[in-house]
Design a protein around this ligand. Structure first.
Ligand code: GLP
Length: 236
């Protein structure tokens, strides 16, 4: 594991975007795994800036996202489908057919997981961007998720619902479930780049670095990956 400690969020986002841009410059057909939440917003802003300045070309890139609430309308401002298009996909030249997102509107969640699994099985993710939840979840692999967990429908934890409700605009139809790729899928990526900003993530990162590898803190499984880079803007 490579741990990079930066001074602040801007530097975290800069280092992260340098890594992603270099990945695409070295491999124009890179398969990139993206995360959502607040943490990667600075990274996505930098990628859009770099694209506008013609420093990087995403036309050959394939993308996969970690997760999506379920059920949720694609047009909902709370959906990750909306989040990714608003913050990245609509602002760079990634091809529509190369963007892979869970369909939060799918009538049958099991079939949707099968569909997503099939798409994932066609590629090997070159670089997977990750955030981490306060309770140590990655993607939506909540505490209790195993190392062997796969693409599936999960129940959001109380803690996650509480922390995400703050970000949701209309609280009334907050989804209680999500579709997520599993820890097994994440661990099969060639490289992992985990971003954590703010003291509330300190405990999760300490479990990653020093804690017992266990389902209690799913982020701890990442320590077993042979090519993990972690960027934090706090002391651990
Ligand atoms: C959600 C997302 C994760 C993300 C986490 C942390 O659970 N499914 O992919 O890493 O939140 O989000 P934030 O960066 O907003 O703290």
């Amino acid at each position: 594991m490579k741990l990079i400690k930066v001074k602040n969020y801007n530097e975290l986002s800069e280092k992260a975007s340098d890594i992603v841009i270099n990945e695409v410059l070295e491999n124009s057909k890179a398969v990139l795994g993206f995360a959502t939440g607040v943490t990667p917003l600075g990274l996505y802003k930098n990628l859009v800036e770099a694209f506008k300045k013609r420093k990087v070309d995403f036309s050959g890139v394939k993308t996969f996202n970690l997760d999506e609430y379920y059920p949720i309308k694609k047009t909902s401002k709370n959906s990750y489908h909306y989040y990714m298009h608003k913050n990245l996909y609509d602002k760079i030249n990634v091809k529509k057919e190369n963007v892979n997102l869970f369909d939060g509107e799918a009538k049958n969640s099991r079939k949707e997981c099968e569909r997503y699994k099939k798409e994932l099985s066609k590629v090997k993710i070159d670089l997977q961007i990750l955030g981490v939840g306060v309770n140590g979840h990655v993607g939506y692999n909540e505490p209790g998720s195993t190392l062997n967990s796969k693409t599936r429908l999960i129940n959001l934890s109380e803690e996650t619902i509480k922390s995400k409700l703050k970000q949701f605009r209309n609280k009334k139809n907050f989804p209680l479930q999500a579709l997520t790729i599993g820890i097994k899928n994440i661990m099969s990526a060639k490289k992992l780049l985990l971003l954590a900003s703010g003291k509330e993530k300190k405990e999760a990162i300490k479990h990653l670095i020093y804690g017992k590898v266990s389902s209690e803190w799913p982020v701890s499984f990442l320590r077993k990956h042979k090519n993990l880079t972690v960027i934090v803007d706090f002391d651990v």
